[in-house]
Design a protein around this ligand. Sequence first.
Ligand code: ADP
Ligand code: MG
Length: 301
Amino acid sequence: MKLGILSRNSKLYSTRRLVEAADQRGHEVRVVDPLRCYMNITAHNPQIHYKGDILDQFNAVIPRIGASITFYGTAVLRQFEMMNVYPLNESVGISRSRDKLRSLQLLSRRGIGLPVTGFAHSPDDIDDLLATVGGAPCVIKLLEGTQGLGVVLAETKQAAESVIQAFMGLKQHILVQEYIKEAKGSDIRCFVIGDKVVAAMKRQAKEGEFRSNLHRGGSATLCRITPEERATAVRAAKVMGLNVCGVDLLRSNHGAVVMEVNSSPGLEGIENASGKDVAGMIIDFIEKNAKPNRTKTKGRG
Ligand code: ADP
Ligand code: MG
């Protein structure tokens, strides 16, 4: 097959591993910087141009679109979908996952366990908003934050009010969430491919930190998950419409809750913790599933 990887940097671990796995399986693979793609939007013959070439050779594309380029990156991916190229994850699923509020609303609609979460626009509603999530301590998040940046733990009601006011003053959309203290700075990353969790790891925040992100100094170890956790992760992926994703669970007193679904999950942490060839499994999945006209949305919606 001819595969395209939409990634800004071919030196990144995840990109390198996907290239390697595709090579090993005899596929032709090219890394394409989505920000260098330009397009003509026509009904009859949609095209993507890249550094003077026309990209019309791919059977499938693997989007590795960073949060900072979601808007342009998903537009490029949508164009591939219009050209009937099979996307590992569809643009719609990626857009959903990048908006924490939209994701949580979709997941809650399907009865998936979540931390109690509230959101409001007006500073006048802060008091009530805090009460709905059980008061302080609570977690305040920017809707489009990533890698732990934009996630704040407010220990007291006063702190929560000040932080919320500050974010609102900066015209940032936020959500306020019950703090799952019993998780003790850890979460479980379930790596989903298709309808399976192929590997899971526990991420533990460094001393004095509540965010377990590896980018924030967290450490990862292999972990066993329960059949319920497995089922929850697979359902969450399905609801989001993602074939490949990282579903992050917090182990709370009321069972595992989904904190976030990541549509471009990193491979380094999970491959090191599990010792598994996750990149290879992704390419295997594409071999089984990539066919023209297999996208559900073809860039619609
Ligand atoms: P990001 O998209 O920036 O990774 P997350 O929502 O995943 O944002 O939050 C970052 C980290 O903060 C999580 O990995 C988790 O360790 C911690 N965290 C987030 N929400 C909660 C919560 N409600 N209770 C306890 N810890 C949380
Ligand atoms: Mg996260």
